[in-house]
Design a protein around this ligand. Structure first.
Ligand code: AMP
Length: 357
């Protein structure tokens, strides 16, 4: 089954796609997810896409096509796919038709998930996704049921998509009205469109979706499948150029954009390197200053410690006094010592006295 789910942001395309994946075993191909992944991995295409996504605008057709082509070429998409978020304008619808015609794999159905704008707004502002298991909840209408409902019996780790803020939501809804809504008549003209009331319980909506797909399968005539209707744009182009030319043109544009994005990425890296160098130099200078200051403080501390040691090692006051007194006494003794001449005279006198005796 090759299916396009059409609908405004928040119409439940992603949630219902997941249910179809579980039931039919064909992959969901969400261009929003492919773009978010490219942005998260900071690939050249992702870096080009980021600004438009943050503003709630459509990303350049060629960027989206490059990611989509690569995804649809994978083996799991050979048996069929659910396109969620693509096409989003008439040019993309033409490109998709050309691409599928090339591989002779036309679409089986296009389902419009129909939801009132007020409901959409509430769904988008309340939308939360679990970082761990990827499940999507709504804090107003579909909050997590159990506290330990996530993988490994843990609590869900919910986050809000950055483009689910009110300003961006308004932009996205306006873009949908202006650019994607025309696809309703585009696919109606090709008898591929089925409209599903997408308000209400998840399982009820899923049952309606399954009914619509069964109707589409029953209605699909082999003739229609062999010769999909071309849009006025596509058939206009087909007069002067082939489907291959259209695809080649898109691929060339994608290559150009990728090259430009790579150049921008290289520039960004260079700028970041320069900035990093400057930061390192600044940090080194600060570190040198800190070391110098620390050395000075250490020197001062060592000097103080030495002084304290010297002070502590000095003899006590009693000892110093005794020593001083001893010094004075020795000086007095020295000063009062008889001279050599007197000592000789005294010795002579002493000796003569002994002789007389
Ligand atoms: P979604 O998850 O489908 O709501 O997409 C999130 C954002 O990705 C959109 O608001 C756009 O900026 C961008 N995006 C997704 N699919 C397309 C597409 N087919 N064409 C252009 N931009 C897209």
């Amino acid at each position: 089954m090759r299916l396009v789910l059409l609908g405004a942001p928040g119409s439940g395309k992603g949630t219902q796609s997941q249910k179809l994946v579980d039931k039919h075993g064909i992959p969901q191909v969400s261009t929003g997810d492919l773009l978010r992944d490219a942005v998260a991995r900071q690939t050249p295409l992702g870096m080009q896409a980021k600004a438009a996504m943050d503003a709630g605008k459509l990303v350049d057709d060629a960027i989206v096509l490059a990611l989509l082509r690569e995804r649809l070429a994978r083996r799991d998409a050979k048996r069929g796919f659910i396109l969620d978020g693509y096409p989003r304008n008439v040019a993309q619808a033409d490109t998709l038709a050309a691409m599928l015609e090339e591989t002779r794999q036309p679409l089986d159905a296009v389902v419009l998930m129909d939801v009132d704008t007020r409901v959409l707004f509430r769904r988008l502002t309340g939308r939360r996704t679990c970082r761990r298991c990827g499940r999507v909840f709504n804090v107003y209408t579909h909050p997590p049921t159990g506290l330990r409902d996530c993988k490994g019996g843990k609590e869900h780790d919910l986050f809000q998509r950055p483009d689910d803020n009110e300003a961006t939501i308004s932009n996205r809804l306006e873009v949908y009205e202006a650019q994607t809504q025309p696809l309703v008549s585009y696919y109606r003209r090709r008898r591929l469109l089925k409209v599903v009331d997408a308000e209400g319980e998840l399982d009820v909506v899923f049952a309606r979706l399954e009914d619509a797909l069964a109707d589409a399968a029953a209605a699909a005539s082999p003739r229609e499948q062999r010769r999909p209707v071309r849009s006025r744009r596509a058939s206009g182009r087909a007069k002067g150029s082939s489907v291959n030319d259209t695809l080649k043109g898109a691929a060339r544009k994608a290559a150009r954009i990728e090259k430009k994005a790579e150049k921008t990425a290289r520039k960004t890296v260079k700028r970041a390197e320069k900035q990093a160098k400057r930061t390192v130099a600044k940090a080194e200078k600060a570190a040198r200053k800190t070391v110098k200051r620390a050395k000075k403080t250490a020197k001062r501390k060592v000097a103080t410690a030495r002084k304290a040691i010297r002070k502590a090692a000095r003899p006590s006051l009693a000892k110093r006094t005794k020593r001083a007194v001893g010094k004075v006494a020795s000086r007095v003794r020295k000063a009062t010592k008889p001279s050599a001449k007197t000592r000789v005279k005294r010795a002579i006198r002493k000796a003569s006295r002994r002789l007389k005796r």
